[in-house]
Write a protein that binds this ligand. Structure first.
Ligand SMILES: C=CC1=C(C)c2cc3[nH]c(cc4nc(cc5[nH]c(cc1n2)c(C)c5CCC(=O)O)C(CCC(=O)O)=C4C)c(C)c3C=C
Ligand SMILES: [Fe+2]
Ligand SMILES: [Fe+2]
Length: 327
């Protein structure tokens, strides 16, 4: 049995319709996702918000087959990463730890302990760091390590962010190129990078590097692409009444249409896997917005999923962080 492991951290998603409400409850019960100033009210409010949101959210998951594909894709990424590491001469066990649904991070850590892992690379499947995503998973792991003294024997090697990794940028460039080349006139297409938003205060008050890292990713992908296309960056998936990072994707689509854009390639930028925000929000909702605004040639770049350039780069990143040399 390998003594080295990689823990892939992700958000998780409901497998089926009945999971939607409890999944949303877990998400809103996390103070890193929604800040309730009075801590004892966090759980009752999470119950209320998840109950109110569940019907809309269930309908959205219904539109993509009933549940999220995130678990299956993350497991597949784990299998391909294990093979990429084996091809480099390393026997490393891969674990998947989701923050708000199965397989929960707690389940993964139980397996890691039972398997006798001694060195563990924490690899968030979010290229850009946000307090609300990688930060929340790291915080949970810190709490688990603080509570269980036997975990202290396991060395944790945390990868904070990897938004400028050359393989990730190259793979994103490949996806954008594939998307552009489906249009009749690729150079005339406007590229709209769409990232998951976060509340504005995360960046302005709490110093979340997420926006800066996302902007840098977009610049690097455009350089790697080496095409003359015009491009914009906007933020999607806003939840609740507070202000989130702007511009919002929907507003940008409308503004671009008004400026005369007729061909648009939407590129999911902070998501590396297909999930509800790419399959439902971009593919269905934003397509409707675009068509209503007069953009009839609307396409989407595919998420990276198990793109070889990308997974090979994840393998290299794991190796670099372990400080070992591959064959
Ligand atoms: C870069 C990735 C993500 C950031 C940043 C992020 C922040 C964030 N999200 C919410 C609220 C919701 N997120 C939901 C689902 C969801 N979000 C991400 C990624 C990021 N979230 C993923 C991968 C998923 C899972 C998608 C799936 O396929 O299941 C949801 C549930 C879906 C819905 O009802 O719309 C909510 C709600 C907040 C509030 C936030 C920052 C504070
Ligand atoms: Fe989210
Ligand atoms: Fe959404």
């Amino acid at each position: 049995m390998a003594e080295v492991g990689v823990l892939l951290l992700n958000l998780g998603g409901p497998d089926k319709q009945e999971d939607v409400r409890p999944f949303l409850y877990n998400l809103f019960a996390d103070p890193e996702i929604i800040r309730i100033p009075v801590p004892p009210l966090q759980k009752p409010l999470a119950w209320l918000i998840s109950t109110l949101r569940a019907p809309k959210s269930r309908k959205n998951y219904q539109a993509i087959g009933g549940g999220s594909p995130l678990r299956a894709i993350t497991n597949q990424q784990g299998r391909v990463l294990k093979k990429a590491l084996a091809a480099r001469g390393l026997d490393i066990e891969i674990y998947v730890g989701m923050r708000y649904w199965h397989p929960f991070t707690e389940e993964a850590v139980r397996k890691i302990k039972a398997d006798g892992i001694r060195r563990l690379v924490l690899l968030p499947l979010y290229p850009q760091y946000s307090i609300s995503t990688s930060g929340s998973s790291f915080k949970l792991l810190d709490q688990m390590w603080a509570r269980d003294p036997s975990l202290k024997a396991i060395e944790r090697i945390a990868i904070n962010s990897w938004y400028s990794r050359p393989g990730y940028i190259r793979a994103m460039g490949e996806r954008v190129r594939e998307g552009l080349d489906k249009f009749d006139n690729p150079d005339g297409v406007h590229i709209l990078f769409s990232a998951h938003g976060v509340p504005r205060t995360y960046v302005d008050q709490d110093g979340d590097p997420y926006q800066r890292q996302t902007e840098e990713t977009v610049d690097l992908v455009m350089q790697a692409l080496g095409r003359p296309n015009a491009h914009s960056l906007a933020y999607q998936s806003r939840v609740g009444p507070v202000e989130w990072l702007k511009p919002y994707t929907e507003d940008t689509i409308n503004a671009l249409a008004q400026q005369g854009v007729r061909s648009l390639l939407a590129v999911p930028v902070s998501f590396i896997s297909e999930h509800i925000e790419t399959l439902q929000e971009i593919e269905i909702e934003y397509r409707e917005v675009a068509e209503a605004a007069g953009i009839h040639d609307f396409r989407r770049a595919k998420a990276l999923n198990v793109n070889k350039t990308f997974i090979d780069d994840l393998a290299e990143m794991v190796i670099e962080n372990l400080g070992v040399y591959s064959r």
